[in-house]
Design a protein around this ligand. Sequence first.
Ligand code: VJV
Ligand code: CA
Ligand code: ZN
Length: 379
Amino acid sequence: TKDDVIGRKRNIMYFHNENVAAFHYGPHHPMKPFRLAVTHSLILHYNLQHYFTMVEPPPATYEEIIAFHDTDYIEELMAGKWRVVPDEDAVDGTADDVPLFDGVYDYCTYYTGSTIQAAKALNCKWADIVINWSGGLHHAKKAQASGFCYVNDIVIGILELLKHNQRVLYIDIDIHHGDGVQDAFYFTSRVMTASFHHYHEKFFPGTGIVKEKGRSDGKHYSLNFPLREGITDESYAYVFKPIVRSLVKFYDPNVIVLQCGADSLGSDKLGKFNLSFNGHGECIRFVKSLNRPLMILGGGGYRLRNVARCWTNETAIIVGQDDVISDIIPEIDPYRKCFAPEHYKLRPELPHRFRDANTREFLDYLIGVAEERMRKIEH
Ligand code: VJV
Ligand code: CA
Ligand code: ZN
């Protein structure tokens, strides 16, 4: 394909366990696992499965999950009951974010199982690129659920990759800060984390400022790009491309993990950015063009039809079919009615709801700080 100008054709594997889409966080909760069924169906109805090997992986085991998480915490999750923490007033408010719905532990085993098998496929060199749209739950902590995330499949997947790879680069384009992954690897130089996110003191999770740069052996191996609201395709590419290019040059990762949260799109229910399908997809195309073993994960995304559009388009980008497939949603897709308001288009224009508050000076400042840090990590 046109993306593999010098390289050979890249072997792609797609991991999906259909059980993951049947769970429900509860009425009116913004996170809807059903979006994964709509995404998977759209990918199949665009016939993209012709270009990758599709795998239905087993659920993660308890042993695999406790490679990162505390056993006491996981037992709570399995029992479906949070331990009562006396005088912790925060619990009430945040519990709405991470409700203990029916089968919550099983749900975690499905999305995490896919990420683990994806990591193993990269480790064994069965695949050059692996995809798991159900993964990318970047907020879960060692002993605490947070921000719609209970088990951190990304951390568990990276731990698996570290068995065969000296250096893992993690890039996160979800609109929220990838705090759970950053915290897990804050003290090591074997994982470099770079999160691009909206930062505002009132915007969840309230971390991810430039000053968070890693500690001890991990000093300079955490990077944060706290962006202001309304960022456009042009401004985003202006920071993303040079930074990621330098990261690969200076850090020289053996493998890249890319969390592709779709809540950075314009018109997301929780988001505040103005990215289009092309602008978001351009990040995936750019990372792919760097020709390193690559793991593609999902993440946030709260306008169901746009999540399905975004990740279908990005699957097409990965397999090199994005400029070939029709921009009209296939008529045979059983979920086609979901795409009605925008005339069944795959990549409709999205309304710009926020003025771009990211000035050129501010973006240059972010790039400048990051480049200075990156010179310190050269091998
Ligand atoms: O902003 C917060 C925390 C609060 C306390 C809990 N209330 C419900 C909301 C405010 C301070 N949480 C964020 C979490 C965002 C998680 C993003 C996850 C990801 O995309 O990065 C990766 C998958 C938040 N924003 C919006 C909501 N929570 C929200 C939660 C609800 C809700 C409406 C909004 C939970 C239940 C219901 N409505 C019924
Ligand atoms: Ca992010
Ligand atoms: Zn998010």
